[in-house]
Design a protein around this ligand. Structure first.
Ligand code: HEM
Ligand code: HEM
Length: 218
């Protein structure tokens, strides 16, 4: 029997960093929302084993540990891709128009335009998720700095910082759900296992990503 030829899409490093970001951001969402009086109000605390979720001291510790992992993984991601000179997920001119064409093609069953390593809409989503993550990281670090009590920051500045951190949370949640939602679409199914195994089928890559120079993985 012929063995299916595979193409490397995500290196071990990319996969480890991706899953560290994914797991830490789920913990951050859960513990951050827990710091607002949500879980008691909506009776989440009554669910079996979840009596502790409205305990501020517990959710704060989870938030800080997950925040440290999230921050370290994002910093590593930026340095790694700069050193590898690997910018295939960065948005390009014309990505908005091309995304509309791709969505229309998916809905009508027409042929999609040829893709590079990532689809135009993936590049836009990357920019939005990256930017929101950086905003959460930066405002989060300012909040940690303030909490240490080493310096007193202007109350107005802290109000704005907290407001940005809080507003960025539903934005992040929306982008997170959209990122997962992309894999409901059948055309994207072959990409899903690649974030676990690292590989996609060569046949799929040649057919859907003809602009991707996978020999250089760029
Ligand atoms: C996915 C990323 C994140 C999400 C969704 C998130 C969400 C939240 C939410 C909803 C709150 C409660 C409301 C508020 O105070 O604004 C909060 C508080 C806080 N977050 Fe985050 N956060 C994230 C990342 C971070 C990071 C990376 C850090 C720092 C390393 C951080 C540090 C803090 C601190 C210090 C507080 C306030 C604790 C207090 O003083 O009561 N957050 N976060
Ligand atoms: C349970 C949560 C998650 C799942 C199941 C998931 C799944 C995936 C999958 C299957 C891919 C591969 C897509 C492809 O090959 O084109 C991917 C790529 C990616 N995901 Fe996620 N993801 C999750 C959470 C996140 C989060 C929270 C972020 C960012 C804050 C994120 C950022 C990315 C990025 C940047 C890529 C492109 C990776 C690269 O550089 O090659 N993901 N994700």
């Amino acid at each position: 029997m012929m063995k299916t030829e595979k193409i490397l899409r995500h290196s071990n490093t990319v996969r480890i960093i991706h899953w560290l970001v994914a797991i830490s951001s789920m913990l951050l969402l859960f513990s951050g929302i827990g710091q607002m009086p949500m879980y008691k109000r909506y009776n989440v605390v009554l669910l079996p084993g979840l009596y502790w979720v409205s305990d501020y001291n517990i959710t704060l510790v989870i938030h800080l540990i997950a925040g440290a992992i999230f921050g370290a993984a994002i910093l590593y991601h930026i340095i790694y891709h700069l050193m590898q000179r690997e910018f295939s997920a960065m948005p390009r001119n014309g990505d908005v128009g091309e995304s509309i064409i791709i969505i229309k093609a998916m809905l009508t069953g027409k042929e999609e335009p040829p893709h590079d390593k990532f689809l135009a809409e993936q590049r836009l989503a990357y920019a939005a998720m990256g930017l929101t993550s950086l905003v959460l990281l930066l405002t989060g670090l300012i909040k940690v700095y303030k909490n240490t009590g080493i310096i007193i920051l202007q109350p107005d500045f802290m109000t704005v910082t907290t407001l940005i951190h809080t507003i960025a949370t539903p934005v992040f949640l929306f982008l997170f759900i959209a990122h997962l939602g992309a894999f409901i679409i059948k055309e994207n199914w072959p990409l899903f296992p690649s974030m676990f195994s690292g590989y996609v089928n060569k046949k799929y890559a040649d057919h859907r990503h003809p602009l991707w120079d996978y020999k250089k993985n760029k």
